[in-house]
Write a protein of this length. Sequence first.
Lengths: 215, 92
Amino acid sequence: MDLLDRVIGPGSDLLVRVDEILSRHGAPAAHPVWALLHRLGVMPSVALDQVAGLAPSDISAAGTPLSGIASDLHTAVASLPSDVTSRGATADGFGARWNGLARQIGDGADRLSATAAAVAELAAWAGTARRDLAGVLGACLGSAEAVLVRSASVTGDADSIRAAADIAADVLESLAKTVDAGWQCFGDWSALDAEIPVTVSAVDGPLVPNHIELH
Amino acid sequence: MELESVARRVDDVGAALVDAGGRIGACHPPVGAGGPGAFGEVSRALSGQAASAIAARAAEARALGASATDLATAVLQATSSYRGTDAGRGGA
């Protein structure tokens, strides 16, 4: 259980009230919440649900096997001799192809390690999003604005409307940071999503010489 | 190390790579549920890109494994044919 799990109950109640006030009465003109609502396209309670849906430990757990597999591949290739004691056309052909293939397996293991690191970065992004919003929500819950929102009448008054707009702006600002950081992660992944084909084929050219000299 | 022994170990590496491809492809990091707005858009993009990258690594591992297996098989067949030739010469 992290900090967001601890504040999500009262936080959700508060943000539902904030949503209701803003939906019914709007926000003060030129308040920063208008730009945030326009940019993010969600009300504060939905923002909370979205961030609460992030599960850093599940993302991290999904990426853990990738690091282990990459390490195993490096070990498997390193355990093979780079040369063979046998001589002849077959041994030479094998040596050339295996060296090329081993290099590609090593490169593939490196790309797998990079993919595992990118998954770890996603998990960190999700964790940061949850911590940041929890901090914002914790501060909102104990604020004077929260008192005004909870005690707001159905008809709405200027103070409670401004208080709701202030809380909404704080929550949406946190979500905006998460969205920006998410796009940064997306850019970091861009070099990883293409498949690199194998370029050394085991069937390129004969491993068995075209003729065998009998003595 | 003798060629045949190395080829058998390359064959083992090939099998391990093909197996690794299956295990890599089974990894699915859950990157949010999507939903409306800007957050939904970025979480869908991240989810799709992670899935593409992992699928690419899985395909690479399977292809490299198949190449290693093909190479090992070709070498073992070649050494086997040499042995057959040598046996034929010995029997002649």
